[in-house]
Design a protein around this ligand. Structure first.
Ligand code: HEC
Ligand code: HEC
Length: 184
């Protein structure tokens, strides 16, 4: 900042002082702290919340990893539950109580309701698209585009949908690149 500019700000500060008090003038140096106040609570949280619903864990974790609700928007979870008679070639069988419990849990905790950084990135990359696969989300695809198909086909992995094969901390909602390790 040049001297002229600084002098201008000092003059401006003194003229604002009587109107708004010191904070207006001090805000110039500290504007990045000021911004933080606009992101309270859950917003900015790095990791996803681990699965806490036992019915969801048991029912939807029977064949594969119980994906955190924050990995897909509510509309995707709804579509998945509506298509339970043909769930990627499988037929899902659960009573109405279980279905309602699972639907409520997924809706309340979905990516579009989350302030977690990854969930925000997922929603941003989807726009208005409603995928039925996490592995179809552009953000998730980009993060894995260096991994060849033969690697996903390894017996210890089997599918790109098998997150915990490479993300040992997936169950805790932690998908950092430095904790990802591809099994041989
Ligand atoms: C009977 C076995 C079975 C059960 C139970 C089951 N699924 Fe699946 N699910 C599958 C199969 C098979 C796939 C495809 C996996 C693949 O492509 O590797 C799949 C894939 C998925 C995917 C997409 C994964 C990706 O590619 O990103 C989601 C999301 C999903 N299931 C959610 C659920 C939910 C929610 C429930 C509970 C309501 C559930 N599943 C219960 C068998 C099952
Ligand atoms: C074959 C192993 C493998 C599988 C399966 C896999 N990942 Fe990954 N994933 C990786 C690796 C390796 C990286 C780091 C890529 C890099 O460094 O650019 C990564 C990166 C990521 C990132 C970005 C991490 C960051 O810090 O930017 C996310 C999010 C992620 N994976 C989520 C998932 C989810 C969700 C699933 C399951 C639907 C999944 N991954 C399945 C290996 C895997």
């Amino acid at each position: 900042m040049n001297r002229m500019h600084k002098t201008g700000i000092v003059v401006l500060c003194f003229s604002l002082l009587s109107l708004a008090g010191w904070n207006t003038c001090l805000a110039d140096d500290d504007s990045h702290h000021g911004n933080d106040h606009r992101h309270p609570g859950k917003e900015g949280k790095h990791h996803l919340a681990p699965v806490t619903n036992p019915v969801y864990q048991e029912t939807c974790g029977a064949c594969h990893f119980a994906y955190q609700p924050e990995l897909l928007p509510a509309a995707s979870w709804q579509a998945i539950l509506s298509n339970s008679a043909d769930h990627f070639g499988e037929s899902l069988d659960f009573d109405d109580a279980a279905r309602n419990g699972i639907a409520g849990y997924l809706q309340a905790n979905s990516a579009d309701k989350s302030g977690a950084k990854r969930a925000v990135k997922i929603m941003r990359s989807l726009g208005s698209v409603v995928p039925q696969r996490i592995t179809a989300i552009p953000y998730i695809r980009e993060k894995h585009h260096d991994i060849p198909a033969q690697v996903f086909a390894r017996p210890a992995i089997g599918s790109p949908a098998n997150c915990p094969a490479c993300h040992k901390t997936a169950g805790q909602g932690i998908y950092d690149d430095d904790t990802a390790e591809i099994p041989r």
